[in-house]
Ligand binder design. Structure first.
Ligand code: ATP
Ligand code: MG
Length: 364
């Protein structure tokens, strides 16, 4: 079976280092591994509109921002199809058919949607579109017959929902859809990178992000203000590393060679952690170290972004071409789905013949 990747991001803001650690970095590695037959990367504008329907301009503006972020991290349109979700109308048709296969109570149990509803104060009145977005995500994944979906941990419930839809569909209508597997980052700290404020998840909607496009000064200032251990007041105090954002980021981004280069007094991250826990290591020092690591990681991304910013029409052209190619693939799947569901009336000569015979029999 062909190995196919589908993943994407909502154009609700620029992409941040949480996206990078949780998904983008891995995507680029997968893209360059040459192990996949096709890679589809989607800007999920239709999904973004489910909770930003009253602010279409925000979504419209951020299409380009996300595209620039994609190209800056090294997603290559020659190897990956970059496209815009809303331009593939086949996806909404699939969603409509999949809705029959999911119950309201099943959607209500989705823990990611539950916490997102809370975050958006939707408790009293949830827009139906938002409530159903896990179903639309199943359409996105299955339309491209994706076998692998590289995403952050918060997407686990969406993948579970998709697998259920695939199984139910195939059981009722016959083997048609492909069951996908989630691909989570191997590094535990990258599964759900916390915000600079120490909150559980760095998220565009929470305003606690370091953006890939942030300049050097901004990155430095954000790390300077980063949440650490509130009980670590004096340098001599013993500190906690659990729930300490700086250490989570060091877990996510530091490499052994960074110590020799930027912090030669320590041989490894374990040694640094040990000293912090014992007391005698100040937050300023670990923050400066993290700043150097993040600047090293972000510098080539910033530089590539500057290059792509010089020719914006070319970026739109990449998205237009990608959307056209993606649409052809989704149309094939939709046609398989309609056939399986027996709603391909005009393409089915057998049906017409059989119905005609039935009526000719009854006229005798
Ligand atoms: P929004 O607040 O609009 O939902 P978001 O920051 O959660 O935005 P998404 O576009 O929903 O971003 O997520 C895109 C991808 O990035 C998903 O695969 C998601 O799992 C991953 N991701 C998002 N935030 C993080 C994070 N803090 N750590 C790891 N992965 C993340
Ligand atoms: Mg999200």
């Amino acid at each position: 079976m062909a190995k196919i990747i589908l993943t994407g991001d909502r154009p609700t803001g620029r992409l941040h280092v949480g996206h990078y650690a949780g998904s983008l970095k891995g995507r680029v590695e997968l893209q360059n591994s040459g192990e996949y037959d096709k890679i589809f990367i989607m800007i999920a504008d239709a999904q973004a509109l489910t909770d930003n329907f009253d602010n279409p301009e925000k979504v419209r503006q951020n299409i380009l921002e996300v595209a620039l972020d994609y190209l800056s991290v090294g997603l290559d349109p020659a190897k990956s199809t970059l496209f815009i979700q809303s331009q593939i109308s086949e996806l909404t048709e699939l969603t409509f058919f999949y809705m029959n296969l999911v119950t309201v109570s099943r959607l209500q149990r989705n823990p990611t949607v539950k916490s997102e509803i809370q975050m958006r104060n939707f408790e009293a009145s949830i827009p139906v579109g938002f409530f159903c977005y896990p179903i639309s995500q199943a359409s996105d994944i299955t339309a491209f017959k994706a076998t692998t979906v590289p995403v952050g941990e918060d997407q686990l419930p969406m993948l579970e929902q998709t697998k259920e839809i695939v199984r139910t569909f195939n059981r009722i209508y016959g083997e048609t859809l492909v069951e996908p597997d989630i691909l989570l980052p191997k590094n535990k700290a990258c599964l759900r990178l916390p915000g600079t404020d120490g909150k559980a998840k760095m998220s565009k909607s929470l305003g606690n992000c370091i953006y890939l496009a942030d300049d050097e000064k901004t990155v430095e200032a954000k790390i300077k203000d980063m949440y650490t251990d509130p009980e670590h007041i004096r340098v001599t105090d013993p500190g906690h590393i659990e729930g300490n954002t700086v250490f989570t980021y060091l877990d996510a981004f530091s490499k052994p060679e960074h110590f020799a280069e930027y912090l030669p007094d320590y041989a490894s991250l374990d040694e640094l952690k040990e000293h912090y826990q014992k007391g005698g290591l100040g937050d300023v020092k670990i923050k400066k170290f993290l700043t150097k690591i993040m600047q090293e990681e972000l510098a080539p991304i910033r530089a590539r972004r500057k290059e792509y910013e010089k020719d914006i029409p070319a970026v739109y052209e990449i998205l237009r071409k990608g959307s056209e190619a993606a649409r052809a693939v989704a149309a094939d799947t939709l046609s398989d789905v309609k056939k399986a569901m027996k709603i391909d009336y005009f393409a089915d000569n057998e049906l017409m013949k059989a119905q005609a015979e039935k009526y000719s029999d009854s006229q005798i």
